[in-house]
Design a protein around this ligand. Structure first.
Ligand SMILES: [Cu+2]
Length: 125
């Protein structure tokens, strides 16, 4: 048996452990409609956010359903302290109130994903 197969399996397990997707806590409950102003799904697949540009109003609370299709991905906006990790094949419900006007850069913090073009922009007016 070639020695590469067990090595690949261990690498996969280590990657899952490193991303926290091996022993994952339960997803938070989906927010109820009285807890947000807008609800939207963001698909993360093939190094892309869809949609990748967002326009919100200052004070607006948005409920996101973040769907990671092909891999683990993150929805990361450093300037807003947002770092949401989504395991492969999962949809994570999250909620955020945009309290500061500005233009913010969205990226995926999984190594190599932003270099591959996994970027977006959030405008809050
Ligand atoms: Cu990614």
């Amino acid at each position: 048996m070639p020695p590469l197969a067990p090595l690949a399996a261990w690498c996969a397990i280590l990657l899952l452990a490193a991303t926290g997707c091996l022993f994952r806590a339960e997803d938070p409950p989906t927010p109820s409609p009285d807890q947000y102003d807008q609800r939207m799904t963001v698909t993360m697949d093939a190094f892309r956010f869809a949609p990748s540009t967002f326009q919100f109003t200052k004070g607006q609370t948005v409920a996101f359903d973040l769907a990671a299709v092909d891999s683990h991905h993150t929805f990361t906006v450093p300037e807003l302290g947002i770092q949401w990790k989504v395991c492969k094949g999962r949809t994570l419900p999250v909620r955020y109130q945009f309290t500061s006007a500005g233009n913010y850069r969205l990226s995926c913090s999984i190594e190599g994903h932003d270099d591959a073009g996994m970027l977006g922009f959030i405008s809050v007016r």
